[in-house]
Design a protein around this ligand. Structure first.
Ligand SMILES: [Zn+2]
Length: 437
């Protein structure tokens, strides 16, 4: 169990400070991501009328903003909280426009590069190399996460079994951890994190979940019950290529990395690529859009691999949980239409209890409800697909925060975010073990 320890020695605690100090002393020290976000801003506006919304959509399109929320410019209408990341060279034009049109706005992040470098998502090697002191309170690169998975597979063979369900577009293995006491004919819960590359808190939560399960299996009766009666299939990084790219090139990359034959833009939104009302409302047919649905359903090898796995095991899988950021919401089907699911009362009560459990830790409130009415209508999502394919409990979490840091949630908030989320997930899982269809 040594590798699950979270306390660092005093000497280890000094290492990051020393590193930072050395970095500062170095003449002309390099910036993360080649300083490409210097002077970029994140601006929030909430259009008061449809006219304002129209004008804002137009300028956002013209200036090619990177939309943080909602996921598509088509969702912007009266009252929509809209966060845009605008490059330095466009921010003057956008601010001038907003002032001239007398549209209220708020600058959420003044200098994205500075926030990025300050927020702790430094690409240091703070306790990342050694697995015996694996640090769950920092963000990890894909390589580190995969090494960690291999390590747990070796050291916790009684409760963990690791396997691959296929390969990504760029040829990376799609690894899954099967967690639970070995037994035949057990029901299962599927958990995936990191469908969208830039939402780094997702993979951090998946790792946290595994750590907590292993650490508390012996001491916590609820956890013991869960691991004895269920298997958890955990995919810490769904979109491996995109996640890797968000570490090496573009921190705010969302999609996969597949190439398109006709356009230079790469990637498909892996949460619009599923065969459930595919490429309808809330998805884009244009390869350069962040919500591009792909050339056909399951065009992305990552989506196809997970869909195949779920199809094969759907009789045993009772719940599908997918982790995203940011909005602080717990969503259930449908996403693609305004309609009530057949087992609404069971799902709704599970969600209600889960958000209350979550709130009990630090008072953080999550909104909950059908994705279509709570967030927005989107077609081709994994949650709807799982539900439509016979998994009775399908949820999507939108983790912290509500936009103060957005995708740059600082590492110091990993622990509180994961601690409260853990309670919600345990709550949902315990709910499954009771009799509700
Ligand atoms: Zn997402």
């Amino acid at each position: 169990m040594k590798c699950l320890g979270k306390r660092r020695g005093q000497a280890a605690a000094f290492l990051p400070l020393c590193w930072l100090f050395l970095k500062i002393l170095q003449p002309g020290h390099s910036h993360l991501y080649n300083n490409r976000y210097a002077g970029d801003k994140v601006i929030r506006f909430i259009p008061k009328t449809e006219e304002e919304a129209y004008a804002l959509k137009k300028i956002s399109y013209q200036l090619k903003v990177d939309l943080w929320q909602p996921s598509s410019i088509s969702y912007v209408s009266e009252g929509t909280v809209t966060d845009v990341h605008i490059p330095q060279n466009g921010s003057r034009a956008l601010l001038a426009f907003l002032q001239e049109a007398n549209i209220q706005y708020k600058v959420l992040i003044e200098d994205l590069q500075k926030t990025l470098e300050k927020g702790g998502s430094l690409h240091t090697q703070r306790n990342r190399r050694s697995l015996s002191g694996y640090n769950y309170e920092v963000y990890h690169s894909l390589e580190e996460i995969q090494n960690w998975m291999h390590h747990l597979n070796k050291t916790h063979s009684g409760l963990i079994h690791m396997f691959s369900i296929g390969r990504s577009y760029e040829g990376r293995s799609l690894f899954i951890l099967k967690l639970g006491r070995r037994s035949r004919l057990k029901r299962a819960v599927w958990i995936d994190c990191g469908i969208h590359a830039r939402e780094w808190i997702g993979p951090a939560f998946c790792q946290w979940f595994v750590k907590e399960a292993l650490l508390t299996y012996k001491s916590d009766p609820a956890m013991r019950k869960m691991l004895n009666h269920l298997y958890f299939y955990i995919m810490p990084v769904f979109n491996v290529d995109g996640y890797h790219f968000s570490w090496t090139n573009d921190r705010f990359w969302r999609k996969t990395r597949s190439r398109n034959s006709r356009f230079r833009c790469r990637g498909v939104d892996a949460n619009r690529n599923w065969k459930v009302k595919w490429c309808d409302e809330g998805a884009s047919m244009h390869p350069c859009d962040d919500t591009y649905c792909g050339p056909f359903p399951e065009s992305e090898p990552e989506v196809k691999a997970v869909a195949n796995f779920l199809r094969k095991h759907r009789k045993h899988i009772r719940a599908y949980l997918s982790f995203h950021a940011y909005a602080q919401m717990l969503l259930y089907p449908y996403s693609y239409k305004y309609a009530t699911i057949p087992n609404f009362s069971c799902v709704e009560s599970a969600a209600y209890k889960a958000v209350n459990a979550l709130q009990s830790v630090y008072g953080v409130r999550y909104r909950y409800g059908p994705a279509s009415t709570t967030l927005y209508v989107s077609s081709g999502s994994s949650m709807d697909w799982a539900y439509k394919n016979g998994i009775p409990y399908a949820f999507a979490f939108e983790l912290r925060d509500t936009g103060y840091f957005g995708f740059l949630l600082p590492e110091m908030l990993i622990k509180p975010t994961c601690t409260e989320t853990m309670l919600a997930v345990k709550n949902i899982t315990m709910h499954l073990l009771k009799k509700c269809p």
